[in-house]
Ligand binder design. Sequence first.
Ligand code: GDP
Length: 336
Amino acid sequence: MKQPFSEVRPIPSVEEVVDKAFRKARKGCQTPPKTLPPHVRVRIREQSRVRIATQVIVSALDRILRDFPRIESVHPFYRELADVLVGVDVLKKSLGALKWARDSISRIGDLYASKLRGARTVGEAGRLRREAYGRMVSILKQVSENVELLQEAREKLVRLPSIDPSKPTVIVAGYANVGKSTFVKAVSTAKPEVAPYPFTTKGVIVGHRETDLGVVQIVDTPGLLDRPLSKRNRIELQAIAAMKHLPGVILFLLDPTETCGYKVERQLRLLREIREMFGEKPIIVAANKADLMKPGDLERVEEEVGKIPVISALNGDGVEELLQEALRALKPSPSG
Ligand code: GDP
């Protein structure tokens, strides 16, 4: 499944829509036979200009309206991210304004087509067409801010990563340099994709693995789940909170050797914060860098979290077993 905003095409400005509509109308309008009286010829031509201009504008607006997914049908994971990036209310209001503009312009097209049928002179036909154009432009001007907003929204939303919220997901967390991306690489079938994530400059890393549960995603979010949550701004927190909507488990990696550069104490504090934030999700804790561990390295960790799997993401020791444990946590328990 693609992310829901990936198909939204670039949005033209109001000026571009107007220019295109009037240009097409001028070039494409009917040229009635010279045998007809001048006012009839002008009337037919102006009618056809109004009709073409209306069609071009209505279809441009329709395209935007169709490209955006219905916000209510967007998965909560992406809805929450869209809310952080753009604001769901703002998005709905802008799309609502566009719908209003489309319907109004469509009505003006019909109205002036019928007014033009009654035009008695060359001058009147020209005046009616200009009046129709003027009203259409005025409506589009009223929504130009909404269009600009949708242009900006689209730029941000198309860059959301393709994490499929309908697939089981293992979210890997833990301080920087504890070995998260090494683990993701070790358990993924192909090379993990680095997808842009608008909340961090580093993007997200998404690996895939075929399992008896189907394809499982293994996601590493550098810059998000690797630092104290208390230091996060509202946007980052909401981007983190959105992950609650992904069906899956959190795999928290600790580096008891502290070669990552962070004391075990700090790593455990982050674990507590993540537990608090994702209380309803299963969290599996494991210790990485077994190959570097010295006796006693695990003492403090085990005091806090009890016995945990010990792996070496670098040389693969225990990696498969840990993934299997995470997968067991993904499976709905027999009691449901
Ligand atoms: P991340 O920031 O948590 O994604 O950490 P990385 O996966 O980038 O790993 C940080 C550094 O630790 C890299 O130099 C890795 O090669 C190294 N590393 C990761 N896992 C292990 C391990 O099990 N043993 C050892 N010795 N080094 C590891």
